[in-house]
Design a protein around this ligand. Structure first.
Ligand code: TYR
Length: 422
């Protein structure tokens, strides 16, 4: 590890913009810094994009600093216009509260439960915002914001043509109040966030300087937008976002997402997302060059991420399912692993009564015609629960199933269908 957190983040390619690079580096060399990053409860789960700044907080913690995770119970009721081209739909207060609870649990699981030191604090900006009166807001805070400056922020400027409500326009004031509050109450001196947070972060620094004096030591740092070598959006799959909630993206799918990354991207992700050391990552980077077919870097990435987000049992399940699907030897899988591994694969539902295989393959839509079904069976392209079936007279019965519930069909090397028995 480099001895300074800023050197470490620079090596990891994790710094986009900084308000005072020299000053921050000097500060963290001589002090334990308290820093924060916020997330708004816009949904009931985070996805892997959300994870990025919080992994950075964790890195600061590993260097002895004190991170604060802010859940935006207040800002979430408004909605950040940053990075949006149109006005948001307001969520109900109940929805926001539900999402706050979900995100709080997720954060606890990721960052607190496995950490005995507890050098991490979670706060909710609802606590210092909800009792503020309108007049106090306008007099104590609003007065420090210049509308011309607010209008010039990229986020607002880009929205002026389509229009922006006063509510969203005022969002940057709320986020600035958070930074000021944390600075005053917890000596928080650094805010980090995604590249789109630059405007909100600098606006908070302006407020701190207005309230606390121009020499107040506080800093802002943003993290680069994650770009993929092929130009497509990071963190999206055909099925949508990659969620941290195992009910939305199963640990197996999560593992698959990481293990399938391009050689051109994988080292960047290892640096950004994992806690592997510089030596370990350099070694994996060499393996991408010398023996890319082994995909050692992708496997290490998928392993580290699945372990971090879902834990060891889930990682082992993901590895077992991956092996079974690759080899075709699906008999070893448990009912739970089958459900997980096949969640997003084609599926069919059919009765339990026994049926000739050719008819059964048509009834389940796996084959388009009897002729094709016979041809595939004769060519050894069809497996039922891992057994290759080459007899066109084979009868499929509930006895072939797992627990009387599923039958796994493999056609060719890769095409699986999960057939549910009813
Ligand atoms: N505006 C941030 C979330 C946030 C909310 C409040 C804060 O004080 C800081 C950050 C985002 O949308 O990602």
């Amino acid at each position: 590890m480099s001895h300074n957190i800023i050197d470490e983040l620079t090596w990891r390619g994790a710094i986009n913009q900084q308000t005072d690079a020299e000053g921050l580096k000097e500060y963290v060399e001589n002090n334990k810094i308290s820093l924060y990053c916020g997330v708004d409860p816009t949904g009931d789960s985070m996805h892997i994009g959300h994870l990025i700044p919080f992994m950075m907080l964790k890195r600061f913690q590993m260097f002895g600093h004190h991170p604060y995770i802010l859940i935006g119970g207040a800002t979430g009721t408004i909605g950040d216009p940053s990075g949006r081209t149109s006005e948001r739909q307001l969520q109900t207060m109940e929805q926001v509260q539900h999402n706050v609870d979900c995100l709080t649990n997720q954060m606890k699981k990721l960052f607190f439960d496995k950490d005995n030191e507890q050098q991490l604090t979670m706060v909710n900006n609802y606590d210092w915002t909800h009792n503020l009166s309108l007049l106090d807001f306008l007099r104590d805070y609003g007065k420090n914001f210049n509308v011309n400056t607010m209008l010039a922020k990229d986020i607002v400027a880009s929205r002026l043509e389509v229009g922006i409500s006063f509510t969203e326009f005022a969002y940057q004031i709320l986020q600035s109040m958070d930074f000021l509050h944390l600075y005053q109450k917890h000596d928080v001196r650094l805010q980090i966030g995604g590249a789109d947070q630059w405007g909100n972060i600098t606006s908070g620094l302006d407020l701190i300087r207005k309230k606390e004096g121009a020499e107040a030591k506080a800093f802002g740092l943003t993290i680069p937008l994650m770009l993929k070598a092929d130009g497509t959006k990071f963190g999206k799959t055909a099925g949508g976002a990659v969620w941290l909630d195992p009910d939305k993206t199963s640990p197996f799918e999560f593992y698959q997402f990481w293990v399938n990354q391009d050689d051109r991207d994988v080292v960047k992700y290892l640096k950004f997302f994992t806690f592997l050391t510089q030596e370990e990552i350099t070694d994996l980077a060499n393996q991408v060059e010398t023996e890319p077919h082994k995909r050692a870097a992708q496997k290490a990435l998928a392993r580290e991420m699945t372990l971090f987000v879902h834990g060891e049992d889930a990682l082992n399940d993901a590895l077992t399912i991956t092996d079974a699907l690759f080899s075709g030897d699906v008999k070893q899988l448990s009912a739970h692993q089958i459900e997980d591994g096949f969640k997003n694969m084609p599926s069919a539902t059919i009765g339990k009564e026994s049926m000739n295989l050719v008819d059964w393959l048509i009834a389940t839509n796996i084959e388009p015609s009897k002729r094709q079904a016979r041809e595939d069976i004769n060519n050894g392209a069809i497996s039922i629960n891992g057994d290759k079936i080459t007899d066109t007279n084979f009868e499929v019965t509930a006895e072939n199933s797992f627990d009387g519930k599923f039958i796994i069909v493999r056609k060719g090397k890769k095409k699986y269908t999960l057939v549910h028995l009813q």
